[in-house]
Unconditional design. Structure first.
Ligand SMILES: Nc1ncnc2c1ncn2[C@@H]1O[C@H](COP(=O)(O)OP(=O)(O)OP(=O)(O)O)[C@@H](O)[C@H]1O
Ligand SMILES: [Mg+2]
Length: 257
């Protein structure tokens, strides 16, 4: 990481609204201008940062994550990911960016039913056109990294919630994406599994991955280096915090290509 490198995420005057007329919801609006008009959200995230996005229900967290992850487009404003203005990309180019640059982890795991852990983790590599022997090698390495090498043949209904989420983390990291985006990754987990999954995410960040995690929980935000708070679609605080929990050294490695 060099000081001269531009931030991996650059957001300028970004807004997102749903609906029209009186029914318009300004999910992301930023501060208000003199006439009450939304000025939009501005945000830079440096490569290798570990950001927690907090805020009450409906404050715009998932809307922000969907835009950061190129799953949705802003109503106005600009979003540069790794220097590319994603507003200029078509649907096919966006899906390429998602596949190459971003790993997603969702609260509900989003695993494919009746499919083995190994096949789940191989899936993004298949989309990326990686040949089968290499796919298998990298998927097994990713499962090993999350401590599930011995569960490679298990289907989701044969795994605990924590194990399912670790499969989802393996799937998110197997393509060695620049950025990991997680929306309430521990929302459905007990405290033990939460610590396990957060330990893995900490390790990925220690290995250089940029991490953005959306959470309601202080326990989760405590792991991040920076905490951003949203209220009604605007960033109201952005605080850098001393890192409390360090990852176990064994996890501080990447699953390289
Ligand atoms: N597809 C949609 N159509 C209309 N309104 C939407 C849509 N998605 C989100 N909203 C509205 O935008 C606002 C922000 O929603 P968002 O999902 O980003 O909140 P959140 O902070 O993730 O909340 P939670 O903590 O409950 O997940 C809410 O008022 C929500 O009702
Ligand atoms: Mg949400």
């Amino acid at each position: 990481m060099t000081a001269s490198k531009p931030p991996v995420i650059q957001i300028r005057r970004l807004t997102k609204s749903y609906g029209q007329g009186d029914a318009t919801v300004h999910a992301l609006r930023g501060p208000s201008g003199p006439g009450g008009e939304p000025l939009g959200v501005g945000l830079d995230i440096e490569e290798g940062d570990y950001v927690a996005v907090m805020g009450s229900s409906g404050s715009g967290k998932s809307t922000l994550m969907n835009i950061l992850g190129c799953l949705d487009v802003p109503t106005s404003g600009r979003y540069l990911l790794d220097g590319t203005d994603v507003g200029h990309l078509d649907e096919q180019q966006l899906s390429l960016v998602r596949n190459r640059k971003i790993g997603f982890v969702f609260q509900s795991f989003n695993l494919v039913p009746r499919t083995t852990a190994l096949a789940q983790v191989e899936l993004p590599l298949a989309y990326a056109g990686v040949r089968s022997a290499e796919r298998r090698r990298r998927a097994l390495a990713a499962l090993d990294l999350v401590g599930l090498a011995d569960r490679a043949g298990h289907k989701p209904n044969e795994l605990s919630g924590g194990q399912q989420q670790r499969v989802a983390v393996a799937r998110a990291l197997v393509t060695a994406p620049a950025m990991l985006l997680a929306d309430e990754p521990t929302g459905n987990l007990d405290s033990h599994s939460t610590e396990e999954v957060l330990g893995i995410i900490d390790g990925l960040n220690a290995a250089g991955r940029t991490v953005v995690v959306i959470t309601h929980e202080d326990e989760v935000a405590r792991h991040a280096k920076r905490v951003i708070r949203l209220v009604d679609g605007a960033i109201v605080s952005d605080i850098r915090q001393a890192k409390v929990a360090g990852p176990p050294p064994a996890l501080a490695v990447g699953v390289g290509a």
